[in-house]
Design a protein around this ligand. Sequence first.
Ligand code: ADP
Ligand code: MG
Length: 701
Amino acid sequence: MENSDTADSIPVSALKGIGPRIAERLKKLNIETVQDVLFHLPLRYEDRTRIIPIGTARPGHSVVVEGVINHAEITFSRRGKSRRMLLCHISDGTGSLLLRFFYFNKQQQSRLVAGARIRCFAELRYGASALEMIHPEYTVLSEHESVAVEDKLTPVYPTTEGVHQTLLRKITDQALSLLQQKNILPEYLPDQILKKYNMPSLVDALGYVHRPPPDADLSELLEGRHRSQQKLAFEELLAQHLSLQSLRQKMRKHNSYQLASANHLIYQFIKSLPFDLTAAQQKVNQTVLDDLEQASPMMRLVQGDVGSGKTVVAATACLKAVEAGYQAAIMAPTEILAEQHYQNFSHWLQPLGLKVAWLSGKLKGKPRQAMLELLKTGEAAVAVGTHALFQDEVTFAKLALIVIDEQHRFGVHQRLALREKGASSAQVPHQLIMTATPIPRSLAMTAYADLDYSVIDELPPGRTPVATVAIPESRRDEVIQRVEKAGASGRQIYWVCTLIEESDALQCQAAEDTAALLTEILPNMSVGLVHGRMKATEKEQVMQAFKRGEINLLVATTVIEVGVDVPNATLIIIENAERLGLAQLHQLRGRVGRGIQASHCVLMYRTPLSELAKSRLAVMRETSSGFDIAKKDLELRGPGEVLGTRQTGLMQLRIADIVRDEHLLDDIKQVAEVLYTHFPDRVRPVIRRWLGQSEQYGLIG
Ligand code: ADP
Ligand code: MG
């Protein structure tokens, strides 16, 4: 079924009017082939199929009108730099309208004169004194000429600099006619499926979406719910599903290390903890330990809300590997988190006579060499670090387990790269992935279909929800009083500076300024500061002092976002909360509420608040469960952002929308089965069509 004439093998440059320069610009829209052109769908549509009588046209709508110019004049706008404008007053017998042109040349000026008949298209708006169109697209019509209107709705495409709508329309025209003439996008869904689900063919679906007929239901189209769009979404999600399934099967074929052991180390470790494991921790522990005894590699995602105690589960898994004579590695997304794990693991494992190694990008020179040596010889049983753990120069003696903490920051690709890292020719390491960002189950099943999945659905006893308030910045004094009160009663406080500007430097500056200010206002408190520009050792010293209670008030940038654990901290102030996403706010808030004391979170915001910001703050006030917050987050932001897929390439969807199209998922699973069983030769082509050639999608091997 693969031949050189499929749409994904025809470069855009094969279309008329596409030279190398334009081809280069189209790349910015991820358009490189004719298939990309066909899958680049309109954002919305304009109706140029009817000429609207001016008298009935309403402002706010983009319409075609036709009329005669009664009067044309050149004026200068009064405001700003006086600017030349060409004004044409037109009427059509039902009403009149003003056209305003800012850019025009001599030739245009000579044609736009009284008596000329003109057809124009633009949005209608109320001007100073009359209904007007700013810079309409127009054609001057000769005396009795009648020019046909469009017979299809006009698509408006997502575009980029130097690529005009007209260009995109021209190339989709060509791509669509190629599609009609030749079999450049073969239908991979069997007839029986198309019938069963009442789906249009791929050719019809694309034709409809790019050039809908005048009577199309626009609101349905705009929401992406038309059956033509649903057909495309269905195939795309099917491709995702098949790809993840193939990955999963490919991995299952590998062997891993069967970690049989009597679990002595694990018993000792759990006995040494100052608390009992929750039932949820025990259950997940058991599942993980069972996985590790199998010959096929574990690939398990453990989801547990902030503070649910995932680290203990990670440590238990590591001990399973160690007792069987292997190494384990645990990787965290940030230096601070990695440092904290290092401390925890050292504290837990040293008494068991085990050596824990530490590796981060910042570790250089001799200490680094020493750590590398520990990993290479196998002297270190467990390695803790950032992604530096998986650089080329790092070799492990016998790595059997990789734990990845806070998975939402890593995508499928990175996950796979890690897998390769520890793999010998015969065996690949087990993988345990932990995320504090709860994801609705259906979404997890799709985005992480290559993983098994467990939830720690219980917090350790005695935790009370963090009472959350939103306070405008104008009431900063009140907030400072609260901080003072909390400090006076022996509690510790976080003050998180987040900044409007993206710049790391400015954010650090803001934290420094705030720390200086608070030190001055609160002379009885010891104020500490951590931010991303400090040296790892400095940060560590401050964090340690905070943990020991020597610092009452810790001013920090969002470097403290994930995982930092100080149970005596019961108040957190988050500045510019209106700028942060729900996931980040939830993570930050999770720094408190870790002990038995009631905790509070103050979200400080600047007015005016956008609608989105208002809803987010409301969600934070009303909701404490990370699971519910994640659901709201999906509704408010969409899955691309929630899963971090924009950055990581996990589930990059072109057409489907995982929230909108969630109802398709069950059918997709069934159709995938049908393909596997009855049309196995179509599986790869479908995956390739939507996900490209990469072996990372399970196409090879
Ligand atoms: P997270 O799931 O957010 O990574 P941590 O593993 O950091 O959570 O655990 C949060 C805090 O709860 C830590 O101080 C940890 O020692 C403590 N903890 C973990 N399990 C329990 C438990 N079963 N009972 C009481 N405290 C626990
Ligand atoms: Mg954690």
